[in-house]
Design a protein. Structure first.
Length: 282
């Protein structure tokens, strides 16, 4: 599933292609993908609007639309598990799993979603439930400690709670805890203020480095090349032996890059957790 760094990279990529463009014909190929908005309302509202901005909030892509001086809208995009968003020529055939598409001049913006868990909608309600941005000024060790002080849940699954911290997913939660030397099984409320300071710094470090690294490698947004077709960092050519710099995630049985102990895998809240039993004791 795409996480915050992947979404941020996609936003930066699309921004140069769509901002300033006026939307022509809108086609909703899968009404489920625009819920709770109806397909007819989606088309009626978006057609004729100009895209005046694009930014990220958590794992959402936020398209700022303007139809007139008094009519502005926010269109939310969410990739779900298998979503892709890209621009293609109007002459190209739409993919089989296109969920929403709309004309922008001589090109077509495509939201493709194989499993249809993603969304492209005008409903902004999901934003109201989000916690602070991990890369925003409001996030630090003090804020994290305050959010966790009454929580009895283990810290790893709690980091995935979007009301606590917006945008952190399974991969980067494991990575951040490794950098902070904190056990993923430690009860959240038992983290000291100093541990929260280190963890907050680790989260910022891991996400920032992933964004920087992902911005410098060729990524397949449209899925036209061989391989998984997604823009995850792993879609590089295999013979280049490219690795995302992950320290523990998906490295079960491999030596910890800090102490050499074998990395372990456990399941927490139905999600895989990877950690070093020596570096992350307790």
């Amino acid at each position: 599933m795409p996480e915050l760094p992947e979404v941020e990279i996609l936003v930066r990529y699309l921004k140069t292609l769509v901002v300033g463009k006026r939307i022509g014909k809108v086609s909703v190929h899968r009404p489920k993908s625009v819920r709770p908005i109806s397909a007819s309302r989606m088309c009626r509202t978006v057609e004729g609007a100009k895209i005046i901005g694009l930014r990220r909030r958590a794992k959402y892509l936020l398209f700022a639309l303007q139809k007139s001086r008094s009519e502005t809208y926010l269109m939310l995009g969410h990739l779900g598990m298998t979503g892709r968003m890209y621009v293609q020529s109007t002459r190209a055939e739409l993919p089989k799993h296109a969920a929403v598409s709309f004309n922008i001049g001589r090109e077509v913006f495509v939201f493709e979603d194989t499993r249809y868990f993603g969304r492209m909608t005008l409903d902004a309600a999901p934003l109201n439930r989000l916690g602070p941005e991990p890369l925003g000024e409001a996030f630090n060790g003090e804020a994290l400690h305050a959010a966790l002080r009454r929580c009895k849940q283990a810290i790893k699954p709690k980091l995935l709670d979007q009301t606590i911290l917006a945008g952190v997913g399974n991969i980067y939660a494991s990575e951040s805890l490794w950098w902070a030397r904190i056990s993923p099984r430690k009860m959240s409320r038992r983290l000291t203020r100093s541990q929260c300071d280190v963890l907050a710094q680790s989260i910022v470090k891991v996400l920032s480095e992933a964004i920087e690294q992902g911005s410098t490698v060729p990524l397949d947004f449209a899925g036209e090349e061989e391989g998984d077709g997604l823009f995850y960092y792993g879609s590089q050519d295999e013979d280049e032996d490219y690795e995302e710099g992950l320290r523990v995630y998906d490295r079960e049985g491999e030596p910890c890059q800090r102490c050499g102990t074998s990395v372990r895998k456990i399941v927490q809240a139905a999600r895989s957790t990877y950690f070093c039993p020596k570096c992350q004791r307790g």
